[in-house]
Write a protein that binds this ligand. Sequence first.
Ligand code: NAI
Ligand code: 13P
Length: 335
Amino acid sequence: MARPVRVVVLGSGSWGTTVAGLAAQNTPTLLWSRNKEIADEINIDRRNHRYLGDRRLPETLRATADINEAAHEADVLVVGVPSYAVRAALEPLAHELRAWVPIVSLTKGLEPGTRLRPTQVISACLPGHPVGLLSGPNIASEIADGKAAASVIAMQDDSVGTALQPLFASKLFRVYRNTDVLGCELGGILKNIVAIAAGMAEGLRVGDNTRAMVLSRGLAEMTRLGEAMGAHARTFAGLTGMGDLIATCTSPASRNRRLGEALARGLSVDEAVAELGQVAEGVRTAPTVMELAREVGVEMPIAAEVAAVVGGHRSPADAYRGLRRVTPGDEEDVV
Ligand SMILES: NC(=O)C1=CN([C@@H]2O[C@H](COP(=O)(O)OP(=O)(O)OC[C@H]3O[C@@H](n4cnc5c(N)ncnc54)[C@H](O)[C@@H]3O)[C@@H](O)[C@H]2O)C=CC1
Ligand SMILES: O=C(CO)COP(=O)(O)O
């Protein structure tokens, strides 16, 4: 009988730990943490208190702080660290991973400096591997609580996506497939910026109509950039686009939304990030996305205002005043 596929997850933050818990219910799974205390806590107490509070992790989940053990164990590698850390986390794995091992990114941000998407950073660090992602409206704490959700495995080669689907799926976690890797990845990255705008809207009490406008026009500018870069417009209407946008902009648990609320309360960006204690990818991604938008000649007024606020050049109230100055054009004119 063939031995089961072994999944290795890099990164023991809230989402890496949650996804490792999902996989551990289906197949042997090892979670790598750079922090030995967290690895020990998971192995002994079945908890990751720093990131998931008292939630209990499956008995079958193992953790390690040994990157070589992680490299040698992996039949499938899942990358669950923030965008600024993907390259550093993968460097020790070059030449250690078996050549055919597929790599699944969970990361929803652009690499600062290079402007690369996580799957591009992964391909640069570990060339030749099939690379894709798992993305969707997936607030970690809800999934760790066992609440039902859906996600998407995006892989260019659908046969690889089909093989990966059952490793993460359960009755409560529905996993769809998509071959538009670019569109799915951009959806997860771009919605974080709109979620900061939605959080600022919440904090400024601008009203439900304004919030709905920000979500719909936010989706329009996400789609506009995606199409200009070669993604399918319809991908942005799915789980990884509109689905994730709705979850992140409306959930009080979203870190990006919470950061926007903190900025509206008058905190500086540094103070808001420190108060959060977890990653809010939209902070670093907003200015980088504006560079991409300028390069491909696409207007992104909401992202531009968020980039100005996180860059310290504008207050949240001024950003909302700025949005009122945008001249409305043809609503369907997304390109
Ligand atoms: N938390 C969530 O609900 C979801 C998060 N994501 C995405 O997943 C990615 C990871 O997010 P979270 O787990 O939420 O972040 P987190 O802030 O909860 O944890 C980040 C983890 O990365 C580790 N890390 C940071 N730098 C590292 C390095 N150089 N080497 C190794 N490990 C390092 C930290 O020690 C920590 O364990 C982000 O891109 C986020 O946007 C995606 C879907 C849901
Ligand atoms: O990507 C997420 C939900 O799908 C998590 O969003 P936050 O990083 O804003 O918490």
